[in-house]
Design a protein around this ligand. Structure first.
Ligand SMILES: [Zn+2]
Length: 331
């Protein structure tokens, strides 16, 4: 398979030829950085682990050159860090028994540039061969600009494919910002109770990021445990680990939907939940499992408008206004 960058590669842990390895894909995870797949798409890893009929293909988009480095790695050059991070991602592919692991090697700037079509072309080529049932990627309310940039390129690539070739589901997963603020009806909850040892090992393999003082290994497992308990207030825990995703499928099932739909809808619902209690403490607590009625009233304060608006800057000029209003409908 030919990618836009000469340094891009596909690693196949069991040695199958690349085209065959990609063709067996059922679950695809497209992530910005080395370690993001293991933090956000563990559902895909567990669904495919020790299965002959399900295979996870990982796609890591960036080159790792801009990684933070301290401790053992403090004096590493960009080139050395790229090697370390590429190796860490390959270790995860082996331990997690991925069907294939693509490393596309883009600088972060190339991911965030809306006028750069190269990544979209690479993603289209992978999806066209892999034909996954489900794609995991970042969610549109993520705090990290490169994460959101990846998601926009994934959506663009899927929309460019014939309808029959698009995945059945596109899920925007949590890394830099939890998704428990979404209404339960609007989010997907993954049950990550199985193989906690494997989950902890996979995140722990990324030593270059953890040993410098960012305990992604502890934080990721802790978040899963916290979601398991705080997901439902009136019943016992039904999992020992939970992760959430924003269901982005409508955006690729109907390309006429404006890309800002998902997040702006989320902010509207967050405002609808938060505002009445904030303005009138005597109001009873709302049950987040019950649907809310309509939009906030005129003059209501929206808690975080930046969430809805921040990623619009990645869109081509004029796109932010096209399709806004009634076309931003919800299926
Ligand atoms: Zn990341």
């Amino acid at each position: 398979m030919q990618f836009k960058l000469a340094s891009a590669q596909v690693f196949v842990p069991d040695g199958l030829p690349v085209e065959q390895a990609l063709a067996r894909t059922t679950h695809l995870a497209v992530a910005a950085h080395q370690d993001d797949i293991e933090i956000m798409a563990m559902d895909g890893v567990l669904q495919c682990y020790q299965r002959d009929d399900r295979w996870l293909t990982g796609v890591t988009v960036t080159d790792g050159a801009g990684s933070s480095r301290t401790g053992l790695y403090a004096d590493y050059t960009d080139e050395q860090m790229q090697t370390v991070r590429r190796t860490e991602q390959k270790k995860a592919a082996v331990v997690g028994e991925y069907g294939a692991q693509a490393l596309l090697d883009y600088p972060s700037s190339g991911v965030k540039d809306p006028s750069n079509p190269a990544l979209v072309e690479d993603l289209k080529a992978i999806i066209d061969v892999a034909r996954p049932r489900v794609i995991y990627t970042h969610n549109l309310a993520d705090k990290h600009d490169t994460h959101v940039g990846v998601t926009l390129k994934v959506i663009e690539a899927i929309r460019a494919l014939p309808k029959a070739d698009r995945p059945k589901r596109l899920l925007g997963c949590e890394v830099w910002r939890d998704l428990d603020w979404l209404l339960d009806a609007d989010k997907v909850a993954f049950n990550l109770s199985a193989q906690e040892n494997l989950q902890a090992t996979l995140v722990g393999l990324f030593d270059s990021q953890i040993s410098g003082g960012k305990r992604y290994d502890l934080a990721t497992m802790g978040r899963r445990r916290a979601h398991a308990t705080y997901h439902a207030s009136h019943e016992g825990d039904v999992t020992t680990g939970t992760n959430f995703a924003m269901d982005l499928t409508p955006l690729v099932a109907d390309p006429s939907l404006h890309i800002a739909w998902s997040s702006s809808e989320g902010v509207t619902t967050a405002a609808a939940i938060i505002h009445p209690r904030e303005s009138n403490p005597r109001l009873p607590h709302r049950n987040p499992n019950k649907p809310t009625s309509g939009n906030p009233r005129r003059g209501d304060r929206v808690p975080d408008r930046t969430t809805a608006c921040r990623f619009i800057k990645f869109l081509p000029a004029g796109a932010a206004s096209r399709g806004a209003g009634p076309a931003c409908r919800r299926q």
